[in-house]
Design a protein around this ligand. Sequence first.
Ligand SMILES: Nc1ncnc2c1ncn2[C@@H]1O[C@H](COP(=O)(O)OP(=O)(O)OP(=O)(O)O)[C@@H](O)[C@H]1O
Ligand SMILES: O=P(O)(O)OC[C@H]1O[C@H](OP(=O)(O)OP(=O)(O)O)[C@H](O)[C@@H]1O
Ligand SMILES: O=C(O)c1cccnc1
Ligand SMILES: [Mg+2]
Length: 559
Amino acid sequence: MDENGSKKKKNSGRGVSGPTNPMVTPLLTDHYQFTMAYAYWKANKHQERAVFDLYFRKNPFGGEYTVFAGLEECVRFISNYKLSEDEIHFIKQNLPASCEDGFFDYLRGIDCSDVEVYAIPEGTVVFPKVPLLRIEGPVAVVQLLETPFVNLINFASLVTTNAARHRFVAGKSKTLLEFGLRRAQGPDGGVSASKYCYIGGFDATSNVAAGRLFGIPLRGTHSHAFVSSYMSFDEIADKALRTKDGSSTCEDFVSLVQKWLNKIKWSNSFRGIFSETNQSELAAFTSYALAFPDNFLALVDTYDVIRSGIPNFCAVALALSDLGYKAVGIRLDSGDLAYLSCETRKLFCSIEKEYELSYFGKMSITASNDLNEETLDALNKQGHEVDAYGIGTYLVTCYAQAALGVVFKLVEINNQPRIKLSEDVSKVSIPCKKRIYRLYGKETYPLVDIITGENEPPPKVGERILCRHPFQESKRAYVVPQHVEELLRCYCAGSSDKKQETLPPLKDIRDRCIKQLEQMRRDHMRRLNPTPYKVSVSAKLYDFIHFLWLNEAPVGELQ
Ligand SMILES: Nc1ncnc2c1ncn2[C@@H]1O[C@H](COP(=O)(O)OP(=O)(O)OP(=O)(O)O)[C@@H](O)[C@H]1O
Ligand SMILES: O=P(O)(O)OC[C@H]1O[C@H](OP(=O)(O)OP(=O)(O)O)[C@H](O)[C@@H]1O
Ligand SMILES: O=C(O)c1cccnc1
Ligand SMILES: [Mg+2]
């Protein structure tokens, strides 16, 4: 309160800019949120203080973990939440004519300055039933936020998790490139996927718009069209290439390439492997090398990888080498990627030896073409020489699972805890305003998440605490935590005096995600039959859930 007794409004002035996607407006919600808002208003209930939890019920992709993402976009959305006159007019047209004008005056006045958001930091590894966000505010306003919040978290967390899973199979040492824009579900699907795959551990994207918007490193090779667009060397008008050190100029780089191709045909490395390579492909490679002598990377599978693509690439790379340049490598986009990468590496190593070029054997091999977790796993099992993967369709469309199934449930109104019951126990909500703690054991990995009532004393290091399964009476365990981490932090203080977390830069979210994944016990992470991570409630919250459950569930009558 200030001297005049009025509440301070802090939230909307937090200085963050609006949503990345201009389509994210107050109208990006379900129609029923507005009809409910009207009914709340009509009943003069709209200002009642409500608490909602946002969570999911099952980990995706048959796994036992999820990476939480999308928080920043939620905070951006509410930081400048305001309905325009046009928007209000549209809502009015789409509600029954009997709706009173006072409601539209009310809509005119609403913003999110009185909304508090508590959330787990973006990039954290999370589990089912744990509230990822807790949103508190006037019930009508928070109700309007349900759909956009769920929308902003759902795909973000799903695709981040998908990226993390691809990284897990590929291994730390591989370069992962996201190539999905052309296959993504529309422009926002593409841009969001690029952002969240980066958080999930990809190194770079081919998506230029995402590179600009989020500062994600851009990477790419070239396509088959570039190769097949060339017919012959006649198309290369300027054949001159300066040496890397700038000391002289090779006037006919094309001849130098052809000389090398003839030379390697009879070399120990290539003898008997090829006779004639495709000359239009060689022209395309030569032309690309003239354009990018320092970054020469060629797609080698347009005609025949071993009999044409690789010898042509080597001829250009060796010619570049004469002028002091080091070629980068190749991309394979079809065929047996394990076999072709191994054969390619053998040839590179053989050339390295034969011509004493110390870098040649280590040139990079990029693989692409319908890659997914399974194909990466199969490649690992077979043995391969791939250094980088370009992954599109399966990654960005989350082909293996379409949605995460995030929900937004009322857990308290006017300080009264609320519960949602269901025949299906997994769908029963956990009532009350809650806190979440991650308890770490003797080793450095997390043991269990425990959900407590908001006013319960926090778990203490070295003190035994009972952790109970929220719904199964027999499942409980004592834990003596070695480290306790409170997960929900304040991101929007509303009109409270709480200290707000700052929104970290994307790179920090990515680092957090990578660290979080590394500290998990390996058996939670494995692809086949992973062990579930335990999510529990305190003894007090357990008792309360079951008291409320019995209170709310009608007693049946047998006839
Ligand atoms: N060694 C391998 N083990 C398992 N899967 C592989 C291996 N090499 C490639 N793959 C996968 O097999 C599939 C091959 O697909 P497909 O047969 O449609 O393509 P292709 O004939 O190689 O190329 P194109 O795109 O030219 O048709 C791809 O999903 C690819 O990722
Ligand atoms: O396979 P993805 O994981 O989606 O990765 C992206 C794909 O996009 C490109 O070609 P595109 O598929 O357009 O053509 P092509 O494979 O038929 O040459 C690229 O060569 C990859 O194959
Ligand atoms: O740069 C690439 O190689 C690329 C980009 C998008 C899709 N496929 C490949
Ligand atoms: Mg393809």
